[in-house]
Unconditional design. Sequence first.
Length: 574
Amino acid sequence: MAKKIQLPDDAPFTEEQKKWLQSFLTQVLSEPEPAAAAGGAPVTILWGSQTGNAEGLAKKTAKALNKAGFTAESIDMAAYDHARLPSEERLLIITSTYGDGEAPDNAQALHEYLGGDQAPKLDKVNFAILALGDTDYPDFCQTGIDFEQFLTAAGAKPLMARVDCDVDFDDLYAQWRKDILAMFGASNAAVEVNVAETGPEPFGKKNPFPSPILKNYNLNGEGSAKETNHIELSLEGSDYDYQAGDALGVFPVNPAEVVDEIIKSLPFDTNDEVPFPDGSEGSLRDALMYHYDIRKITKAFVTKWQARSGSPMLRAIVESGSKEAMDDFCWGRELVDLVVDHPADFADGEEFVGILKKLAPRLYSISSSPNAHPGEVHLTIGIVRYDSNYRSRGGVCSTFFADRAEGVQPGCFVHHNKAFRLPEDKSTDIIMVGPGTGIAPFRAFLEERQVSEATGRNWLFFGDQHAATDYLYQEQIEQFQKDGVLNQLDLAFSRDQADKIYVQTRMLEKGAELWAWLDGGASFYVCGDASRMAKDVDAALHTIAQEHGGLSADEAIAFIKDLRKAKRYNRDVY
């Protein structure tokens, strides 16, 4: 029997429109379930995720497919049984890329397996790939590209072209999922129908909460070469909840002086309104201040700009095809450099902003426990400043907090990172390695372990340049020691002696004890720089497994892989 759909009395439609829409929705939503058509056909969705985005999309996809009558399974790549691969008739892969084109931690074992000599024949496999990445990095969506090449080489057949998503992936993902459903023959019952809801839209990434800044100050001492701000934001009224290990997304504001210089140098009437990425319109100044990225330039952007510019220099760089020449040009330059030094022709403001990327939010590891600071969220942000091409530059979001945040309520949202969580068993020991701003999530961990009265031991490795000026949160860390929350602390201040000492140096010095903790079931965490520190820490961990665990090189590799699979080796690296 058809279920009658009743629209709210205050729905924004005429009476005639209401009658038609109610009749339409009643008919659509009363169609038979598509289970018979889909036949409960199995679909496996494998996700590789460093910060949780790919995991979230995989679960959404599984939900949509199950609603359409399929038997869809969303599986962590680290937990996937490789022996299943040859029999996967419908395989979807959703994976991110991080660092220098590297696979996420949980995807590394499968990536290595498929890319190695042991990969099986996959003639029966039909697959589709959604790759997440960031066009600001040279190896855009490299992990997705790798998986496509591995699967194709093994005989698997692509269901559709790989879809590569930039940081703003929502629209591309929605289309990809729609195409997948259509390809698998899902009926109309699987089509999502959005009826206008009454009430305000909840706060989140698409509707960021304007968060009042409660505190904002430099943690480094006088004379430090670094500038690290501790920032406290209010979440009162946001309905946000987070856990230690999550991140906060912040929408920054571009520097007004740079925006004004760009506008002053443009060759068209800059008073006309221009479109914003969200579909609304406004002044060109507001567009460049709040909505578009004016800092990062890439090969793709320079190529578009050169097509409109008479610059011989840009033409020579683009036509040379030299990656080195392009990288050298892009480093340390921004949109303002192109506007001023290499003018280009644009008919109007709409055409100009049409080649710009949306200003993306910046993610920061949260440095507070919600149970220790109800209604607040804390961040620990290293302020990035440098000079290049005769200009002073800076990180967009870090300098926003340092220089331009007074009186501003930045838009923010919580980004849940289920891959970086404290152990559920509070008696589990934890080892934390977080030099510099990598201390952020571990301040949150220690606060949470204290509030929750966890019985497991806590060991922190922290380091920076100088103890006198760069010992972040020193007073609180020492109080954790006095309170018995922090059971062991190893410090590494690299420039306080002739020979540089880093956190991995301290790990190797304490190798025997560190191995005993790991062998006894401790969980190991790393936060900070992905390109150097995290790799050095990983190498030290392998060395310790061999020297103090008596393992061979191959056994040490297997041991570390098992730690990852058991979620006892977790990294929040960037």
